[in-house]
Ligand binder design. Structure first.
Ligand code: SDX
Length: 430
């Protein structure tokens, strides 16, 4: 990394701050000494211009619509890789050899079972609990079961926790689904690949053999790849901040699940499908476009827009193609929701408002149609996102913990509250 400095003048004071340049992408001004030298903080509440860390994992170019996992374009990985290979790449930084891939798959597969008492834990929740509520609770509860992998200073324990989380997330998500429909939990099978295992845990019943649809398994594996990591998004930043205090990895991932749940973030796939269902027909699109443009209407086109992408989200294009594959497999080429989605995208992308604000479909725009066609209820969409993003959360958490310069994250503020004043006894208050 090359470094130079920048002169920054505040009033009558000029200070030099180092500028650091990465491999690709914008350089950064290191403001670590700004407060000591200038007595001022920077102010960037949504972190629109703030790099919170140095990372080697994922690179996004929002203007060009580029997404790289450890330097490899998402298009190539989604086309030619599988999800567990992606997990390995994110965790270790290189694509695995055949032997490494076989060993990694074996390790993850043998961590897909969960402690039997977690089933009892779930039975303490209401059947109509949102799957994300079940996931937040059950992922956090893993801390209560797997004490032999909570010491973050021990590399072996860190890796065991990483394998457990990647292996157990699909099992917990499937349990949340089964619990919500009153069906018995289905144990994972070690002779199935990751995504086939998940489909079977969701849809198999004890009364008959379950036939895995290979088109669905491949589509789901690709959806997991697309959602695996995405630089310092809100939930990943949450995991990093929680991890910076030394909290155990299960607690950190539970925090990430909680943040992902929001409709502005991972909850957008659920919100986007509900929006498409509310629009219902192509004839209704103009009315909703007008609402999205109306400053006085809080309605937004869910699945549109992105903090970083000011071009087409590269994942959305792959997601759209996957959606067509699944609908073709079902003989559902004229799916009304897809028709509305394509119509909405076409109209929005030619509308001055969306062009000027650089609003394009994001990864959540087509994922909901695809997942619904595969039989998942809308409430499970964000849980699937969490299963996939666990790979990125863990890789980013591991990178932070292993950074020798790592310290607890503790932002400051611009205080605009009352200046010092004395306490008033209640009898003297108005
Ligand atoms: C994910 O960060 C990540 O990487 C996230 C993610 C990941 O993989 O981790 O990519 C996953 O969360 C994708 C985003 C999913 N969210 C949605 O689809 C919800 C709808 N989108 C918006 O809420 C919004 O676009 C955000 C939250 C995604 C981004 O918002 P920003 O960057 O804070 O931008 P903004 O809200 O300031 O909007 C800029 C302007 C505003 O208008 P003005 O105030 O400037 O006049 O664009 C408008 C907004 O009103 N706008 C929209 C819009 N999104 C932004 N108008 C209509 N519909 C929309 N969807």
């Amino acid at each position: 990394m090359s470094a130079k400095t920048g002169s920054f003048t505040f009033g009558d004071k000029t200070i030099e701050l180092p500028v650091k340049t990465g491999t690709i992408g914008p350089s950064v001004v290191d403001i670590g000494k700004l407060y000591a030298q200038a007595g001022m903080f920077t102010f960037d509440p949504g972190y629109t211009s703030t790099a919170s860390c140095e990372s080697e994992i994922t690179y996004i170019d929002g203007d060009k619509g580029v997404l790289l996992y450890r330097g490899y374009p998402i298009e190539q990985i989604a086309e030619r890789g599988d999800f567990l290979e992606t997990c390995y790449l994110l965790l270790y930084g290189e694509l695995p050899s055949a032997a490494q891939k076989k060993d990694f798959d074996h390790r993850i597969t043998r961590h897909t079972m969960v402690h039997e008492q977690l089933a009892s834990f779930l039975h303490g929740l209401r059947r109509d609990s949102h799957p994300m509520a079940v996931l937040v609770a059950s992922v956090g509860a893993l801390s209560a079961f797997y004490h032999d992998s909570t010491d973050i200073s021990d590399r072996n324990q860190r890796m065991t926790a990483s394998f457990r989380l990647i292996g157990k997330m699909p099992t917990l998500a499937a349990m949340a689904y089964k619990y919500s429909i009153g069906q018995p939990f289905v144990y994972p099978k070690n002779d199935l690949d990751y995504s086939s295992n998940f489909l079977r845990m969701c849809y198999a019943v004890p009364c008959e053999e379950f036939r895995i649809n290979p088109v669905f398994a491949r589509a789901l594996d690709r959806i997991f790849i697309l959602h695996a990591d995405h630089e310092q998004n809100a939930s990943t930043s949450t995991v990093r901040l929680a991890g910076s205090s030394g909290a155990n990895p299960f607690a950190c991932i539970a925090a990430g699940v909680a943040c992902l749940w929001g409709p502005a973030h991972g909850g957008a796939n659920e919100a986007a499908l509900k929006m498409l269902m509310e629009i219902g027909t192509v004839e209704n699109i103009p009315k909703f476009i007008a609402r999205a443009k109306d400053k006085n209407d809080p309605f937004r086109l869910m699945g549109f827009g992105h903090r970083v992408y000011k071009n087409y989200d590269p994942r959305a294009k792959i997601m759209q193609r996957t959606c067509h594959e699944v609908l073709n497999e079902l003989g559902d080429k004229d799916n009304p929701l897809l028709e509305v989605a394509i119509g909405l995208e076409k109209i929005a992308l030619s509308d001055e408002y969306f062009i000027e604000k650089k609003l394009y479909p994001n990864v959540d725009f087509y994922s909901g149609i695809t997942l619904r066609a595969m039989g998942f209820p809308v409430s499970m969409f964000t849980a699937l996102f969490a299963v996939a993003r666990t790979a990125g959360w863990i890789a980013q958490w591991k990178e932070m913990i292993e950074d020798p310069g790592q310290k607890i994250g503790r932002p400051r503020q611009l205080y605009t509250g009352p200046a010092r004043r004395d306490y008033v006894p209640i009898e003297r208050r108005a």
